[in-house]
Design a protein around this ligand. Structure first.
Ligand code: 5RP
Length: 263
């Protein structure tokens, strides 16, 4: 791996080998998602606990202070909306010049395996890897399921992650599922977990994150379970402890309660 690629990977994955990405890219197909109406304000108190932000160029330029930013993973796929015909019909939205101009640490693109747009989105990934490798920019593939959340089982996610890695993704973001080791065991590059819709309890979040880490994930890219929570800073601190300090779910919930009750 070239120096630039290694250096960029080290910006998003910490020396302990783990990472906590904070995604605020949801608006690219959902519009002004609840609690992300003003993303800059939402993330301000959360930034100290995040290792990188996952964001589109529009929100980056309008809401993130370039002097106080975390490393940026730029979302570079899109072109569909939640009210449109098919969420899977994504294309590439951002040029390589823009990625360099914004000084990003990595880029992220969704692939939709098993949909009518499987081939197109997988070839988008391959093309993006071809372009980004020339400039030492790591590509994170996102195994997206659109509205079909029930698709998220180990067999399907293992297939998606492996294909994304085969096409050259340096990191793969996928969902946690039962038997998560089947997903990580079959994927030759680091796997990061997304959160999905908000869970009922804090313990539920800490438990799936902890389980995924035990089973080989290197970290999380978790949005709604943090910034849609009533106590987002407490969630960040508790999750940070699971990712970087080996906290158990129970210890993490204790941290959550401690931070929450301090206010
Ligand atoms: C949305 C994404 C998000 O980055 C990803 O789903 C993580 O966010 P959440 O934890 O809210 O699911 O790719 O397009």
């Amino acid at each position: 791996m070239d120096w630039g690629m290694r250096n960029r990977m080290a910006q998003i994955i910490k020396p302990d080998g783990h990472c906590f990405f904070l995604p605020i890219d949801h608006g690219y197909f959902l519009g002004p998602t609840s609690k992300l109406e003003k993303p800059g304000e939402t993330i301000k108190p959360l930034l100290p606990y995040a290792d990188a932000l996952f964001v589109t160029r529009g929100v980056l330029r309008s809401a993130i202070d370039p002097l106080k930013s975390k490393p940026i993973i730029l979302r570079v796929s899109g072109g569909t909306s939640v009210v449109g015909e098919d969420l899977a019909n994504e294309g590439l939205t951002t040029s390589i010049e823009e990625m360099l101009r914004l000084n990003v640490s990595a880029v992220g693109i969704s692939v939709f395996v098993g949909t009518p747009y499987e081939k197109e989105t997988l070839l988008n990934l391959a093309e993006l890897v071809n372009e980004c490798e020339n400039f030492g920019i790591p590509v994170m593939a996102v195994t997206a399921v659109g509205k079909e959340l029930e698709k998220r089982d180990a067999r399907y996610l293992a297939l998606c992650c492996r294909i994304a890695a085969e096409l050259g993704a340096m990191v793969v973001k996928t969902y946690w599922c039962e038997n998560f080791e089947k997903v990580t065991n079959g994927c030759p590059v680091p796997v990061v977990m997304a959160g999905g819709p908000k869970c009922e309890t804090e313990l539920e979040v800490m438990e799936f994150v902890y389980d995924g880490i035990q089973k080989g994930a290197i970290g999380i890219n978790l949005g709604r379970n943090v910034w849609q929570h009533k106590h987002p800073v407490a969630m960040m601190k508790a999750l940070h402890a699971v990712i970087h300090k080996k906290a158990t779910p129970k210890e993490a919930v204790d941290i959550f309660n401690e931070v929450k009750n301090k206010k």
